[in-house]
Design a protein around this ligand. Sequence first.
Ligand code: NCD
Ligand code: ZN
Length: 346
Amino acid sequence: MKTLTLTKPDDWHLHVRDGEQMRAALPHTARQFARAIIMPNLRPPVVSVAMALSYRDRILAALATAAQQYTFEPLMTLYLTDHTSPQEIIRAKESGKIHAVKLYPAGATTNSDAGVTDLAKCYSTLATMEKIDFPLLVHGEVTDPDVDVFDREGIFIDQVLTPMIRQFPALRIVFEHITTRDAVSFVQESSHPIAATITAHHLLLNRNAIFQGGINPHHYCLPVLKRETHRQALVEAAISGNPKFFLGTDSAPHAQTAKENACGCAGIFTAHAALELYTSVFEQAGALDRLEAFASFHGADFYRLPRNQEQIVLRKENWSVPEQFEYAGDNLIPFRANTTLTWRMT
Ligand code: NCD
Ligand code: ZN
């Protein structure tokens, strides 16, 4: 039987929510990953060191009372607002438990209304981050309602990212969940310390998936899926061995009732099978030998954290993804629900 042994990977972009929803979502990630960068877009958002540390405590408490024992470390982030102070950034770094600051342009996605309205307001905070070498994670989409939803990442590169890296030439940046050939080229060609995360769903699907056989809310996420040529560029980047590209699932659970709704939420839940999904992409591209670096090395190196020591094993084996998971009194519909996957983490 074919097996694959890898250094235990990390998820460099994860939404685990809070409270009962967090207790339902977290074990899926803790089973597969050693660490994850925890997104701060709660309601209210995680805007201070105190809030991030108390969120971290709630995650650790949930792990301690989970049915199974996990060795999992949540890597916390702060939500950047127009009012985040340079002092708060310094305290975040000194905590040793907060590893980055997340920029959501106001209104870009789920729970982002407290996001940044004008980057000029964050100038001294970004300058401090650059000075103390604290990474900025960006949701790279403009929010101007006049910009076509499929063009928002490209316009963000031109209007926001390019001026930003000119202004802060040493600011370490992760361009999160990239979705276009343009973003791949930008990251590849830039001499700036910039890297990018790539999700499993953007590697596996193009935008046809949103409309196949009727509108499918479970394939709606932000940034929205793009056309096939962009998906191909993402696969090429992921399997390239370039250390600027690494794994970040952007697994984003929402209750079934919030997804299957006249105004359905953006977000795809992939944490139940994240590694299996990435493995199938690398297998199909004939690049299984590049999977470990993408999943387990490049992210840790970029964040300047030690690589994990533990190992995990994936076996070539058919299994079916459940139709649903329990989610705080509602259902959570997983990506590829009711279908057969061909790799399984043991
Ligand atoms: C995320 C969420 O639900 O929190 N949704 C998504 O579609 N990815 C927010 C985000 O990362 O944009
Ligand atoms: Zn996200």
